[in-house]
Design a binder for this molecule. Structure first.
Ligand code: ZN
Length: 293
C-alpha cells in the first residue's frame, strides 16, 4: 500500500506548505539580521531556530516565538523581550538565549522554554526607535487588569502628565502586541514568566509570595514562588495598571520576573548576556512543584 504522504500530490502539498512557511519568516529573518549586523552583534538570528507565530503587529510585522525543550513539560518558562522598541539590549540577550537553547538541548532537560524576542517590532524598526508601538501605546500598560478602567488613564494624566511614552491606550487589550503576549500565556500555560527590559538595572518580582497580598493562592504555592524570588534575589517594587507584572503576576498568580538590564547601549549587549545568563538559566531550571489552584 502506498501511504498518502508518499504520493506525488501529497509531496507537492507538503513542499508548498514548507515554502509558504519559509517565506513567511524570511522577511522577519532578513529584517532582524540587518538590525543585528548594524549593531555588530555576534548572534544567529534564524540559523537552526524554528520561529513560529501567526499574529501580526499594527504595521503587519510578524510577532514570533520559538519553542525549546520538552513539549507539555510541567516546567515551562515564557520569556518576553523588546516589549519597548527602543530597548535594544533585551533583543540581543533573548536572541543569545535562543542560540544557547538550540546548542544545549541536553542541558535543558525536562524543561520547556518559549522565547518571544521582539514583542514590539514596529517600535524597534522605526528610524528613531520608540518605546511605544505604531499607535503610540505603551504595551506594558495595555493588559486588561482589574484596575485598568479606574486607574490606567487617570494615572497617565495625573502621575505621568500625559507622557506619550506611558500612554496605556484608550481601552485595554487594544493592541495586537498585547494580545500576542496574552495568547502565549494562554497557549503555553507557563509556570514562570521573564520579561527582559532596560535600563533600570534591577530584577523585579510580581506574583504570589508569603505575604498576605495574594492570599487567594495556596500557601505551599506561595512558598515556592517566594523561593524562586529569593533564589534570584529579586525585589518587589510596585506595579502599574495594565502592566504585565500586574496581569500575569498579581492577577493570574504566575511568578513574573522583570529583568531590567543596566542600559540600552548596544555595545554593552554581550556583556549583559555574560552577566545575566546564569540567572536566566537558574530561573528556567527552577521547578515550582505546587499547583496554583
Ligand atoms: Zn521597558
Amino acid at each position: 500500500m502506498v501511504s498518502a504522504a508518499t504520493t506525488p500530490f501529497a509531496r507537492l502539498v507538503l513542499l508548498g506548505v514548507l515554502c509558504v512557511r519559509a517565506h513567511a519568516f524570511q522577511d522577519w529573518c532578513q529584517a532582524a539580521d540587518k538590525a543585528v549586523r548594524s549593531m555588530h552583534w555576534d548572534v544567529d538570528v534564524c540559523k537552526g531556530i524554528d520561529w513560529v507565530g501567526a499574529a501580526l503587529s499594527v504595521e503587519n510585522r510578524r510577532l514570533v516565538y520559538a519553542e525549546f525543550g520538552q513539549k507539555d513539560s510541567p516546567n515551562t518558562t515564557l520569556i518576553l523581550a523588546t516589549v519597548h522598541g527602543d530597548e535594544v539590549t533585551p533583543f540581543f540577550v533573548a536572541l543569545k538565549l535562543t542560540n544557547w537553547l538550540r546548542d544545549h538541548k541536553k542541558e535543558i532537560g525536562q524543561t520547556r522554554v518559549i522565547v518571544a524576542p521582539l514583542v514590539n517590532p514596529d517600535g524597534f524598526y522605526r528610524p528613531r526607535r520608540t518605546r511605544m508601538n505604531a499607535r503610540g501605546v505603551d504595551i506594558n500598560r495595555n493588559f486588561k487588569t482589574h484596575d485598568w478602567e479606574l486607574l490606567a488613564l487617570r494615572t497617565w494624566r495625573e502621575k505621568y502628565r500625559q507622557d506619550p511614552r506611558r500612554f496605556p491606550g484608550y481601552t485595554p487589550r487594544s493592541e495586537p502586541e498585547t494580545l500576542f503576549q496574552e495568547e502565549l500565556i494562554k497557549q503555553f500555560k507557563p509556570q514562570k514568566i521573564l520579561a527582559i527590559h532596560s535600563p533600570l538595572n534591577m530584577l523585579d518580582y510580581d506574583g504570589p509570595s508569603e505575604h498576605l497580598t495574594l492570599s487567594q493562592f495556596p500557601k505551599d504555592y506561595r512558598k515556592q514562588c517566594e523561593r524562586l524570588k529569593t533564589s534570584l534575589r529579586a525585589k518587589s517594587t510596585g506595579y502599574f495598571p495594565g502592566s504585565l507584572g500586574n496581569y500575569s503576576g498579581r492577577e493570574l498568580g504566575i511568578p513574573t520576573l522583570t529583568l531590567e538590564l543596566p542600559s540600552a547601549d548596544a555595545k554593552q549587549a554581550m556583556r549583559y548576556w555574560l552577566l545575566f545568563q546564569k540567572g536566566i538559566k537558574t530561573m528556567i531550571d527552577f521547578h515550582i512543584l505546587e499547583s496554583r489552584s
